[in-house]
Design a protein around this ligand. Structure first.
Ligand SMILES: Cc1cc2nc3c(=O)[nH]c(=O)nc-3n(C[C@H](O)[C@H](O)[C@H](O)COP(=O)(O)OP(=O)(O)OC[C@H]3O[C@@H](n4cnc5c(N)ncnc54)[C@H](O)[C@@H]3O)c2cc1C
Length: 392
């Protein structure tokens, strides 16, 4: 079978792989994208998807750049204007308001399939992209010219100077490149569902820190909210088995009835939560981006945003170079240096928050509640933190 040549092969057309492909084709490069499963086409009347992301301003800018953002807005996205965070173990409370920052909103809550399908529409229209789907990578080897060759389960063979692993936390490319991964099982699950509440969500992201983990209500259209509730794994499983009425009551109580009773609820699912870091983000002719390189605790909803930062950093580095240089170890090291520190730091900060808010000792509770209230009273400090979270 003929070997098909590309400037780069991106394995995985999730949000991160799709964004990277969109950025690289802007320079007229020839890109292959391999994806085993395409999302269902978006229907305006469809129920909300269970997986949503809080898209930061920096991620929004990247999606604008690849012409996917207008498609996202035309489908379904909800701007949130404030964030209210409080501690169940005391009186500590903090509020971030977009008006205090001179911004219209703090970001958007968007269903993952809305972003992914918008990116795929953009890629499908571009003649520089060849989409191999439904296809999986089965092997990877070196070529005589110093590039990489991958074979798909369909038998097709693709060659390029750079193979990008954007294939998520169970990355096959990471394994085929011989990179190990350090995992930390948090012993927790993220329980997700969609609810409607008695009181309006006020375009606010609500987050209450409970001793078992944080509970977030993220605003969606028509008064609905997407729920991400981090819980010890056994408790999450118990909540999945409860009757709808029982769970609605437990959930409203867990949010301290800030939005009143739960009046409508969709299906529930729970995902095991795992922190992970690949031993390296690069190997000969290979780079990892997004969840294939790292996964973090979802308590601040930064997973996709970190992955998009990887895609932007890699595209900025590669765009001015000839594609012959795309597999250069020296160049790829620059990418790794630019991203790994930020990813590890974010992971550690999230784990720090998880530990701090998981403590039941009175002295820790007092310290963190006092800290939250002091923090809330210093607008400049709050603005600085928020600007950095938004990627401004
Ligand atoms: C409960 C929960 C809540 C979360 N909430 C948020 C949030 O609010 N905000 C946020 O930013 N992040 C959140 N995250 C994290 C976020 O979902 C991930 O960081 C993000 O989806 C990673 O994107 P990705 O494109 O790197 O990987 P993925 O979304 O996993 O995409 C990988 C792609 O690769 C494909 N693939 C897999 N195997 C192969 C193969 N062998 N060959 C080819 N392709 C393959 C897959 O089909 C998929 O399309 C949350 C995570 C969890 C568990």
């Amino acid at each position: 079978m003929t070997i098909l040549q590309f400037d780069a092969v991106i394995v995985g057309a999730g949000i991160v792989g799709g964004t990277l492909a969109g950025l690289l084709i802007k320079g007229g490069r020839k890109i292959a994208v391999v994806e085993p499963r395409l999302p269902e086409p978006f229907e305006p009347e469809s129920d909300f998807e269970l997986r949503v992301s809080a898209i930061s301003r920096a991620s929004q800018r990247a999606l604008v750049e690849v012409s996917a953002w207008e498609r996202v807005l035309a489908k379904r996205a909800h701007a949130y204007e404030a964030m209210q965070v409080w501690d169940a173990g005391g009186s500590g409370e903090i509020r971030f308001d977009s008006s205090e920052m001179g911004e219209a909103d703090l970001g958007h809550i968007v269903e993952n399939n809305v972003i992914q399908s918008s990116l795929l529409e953009v890629l499908a229209k571009n003649t520089h992209v060849t989409l191999f789907t439904p296809s999986k990578v089965v092997s990877m080897s070196n070529t005589e010219s110093g590039g990489r060759l991958i074979t798909l389960d369909t038998g097709e063979q693709l060659s390029a100077n750079l193979i990008v692993g954007a294939d998520g936390s169970q990355s096959v490319i990471r394994d085929l490149a011989g990179l190990s991964v350090m995992r930390e099982d948090y012993g927790q699950k993220g329980l997700v569902t969609v609810v409607k509440t008695e009181q309006a969500h006020q375009n606010t992201a609500w987050q209450r820190f409970l001793s078992g983990g944080p509970l977030a209500f993220l605003p969606l259209d028509n008064g609905y909210s997407s729920i991400v509730w981090t819980l010890p794994a056994d408790r999450a499983d118990r909540h999945l088995k409860q009757s709808e009425d029982e769970f609605k009551r437990v959930l409203a109580e867990a949010l301290d009835y800030r939005l009143g009773a739960i009046t409508d609820i969709g299906p529930r699912a729970a995902f095991p939560l795992m922190g992970s870091q690949a031993s390296a983000y690069i190997a000969t002719g290979v780079a990892l981006v997004g969840d294939s390189a790292h996964t973090i605790h979802p308590l601040a909803g930064q997973g996709v945003n970190l992955g998009i930062k990887d895609a932007v950093a890699l595209a900025e580095l590669l765009s001015p170079l000839s594609s012959r240089e795309w597999g250069s170890h020296k160049r790829l090291r620059q990418y790794e240096r630019a991203r790994k520190g930020d990813d590890v730091l974010t992971m550690k900060v999230m784990e720090g928050f998880k530990t701090l808010f998981g403590h039941d000792a009175d002295v820790v509770k007092l310290a963190r509640n006092t800290g939250l209230n002091i923090f809330n009273s210093i607008p400049l400090l709050k603005q600085q933190i928020m600007r950095s979270a938004m990627g401004l």
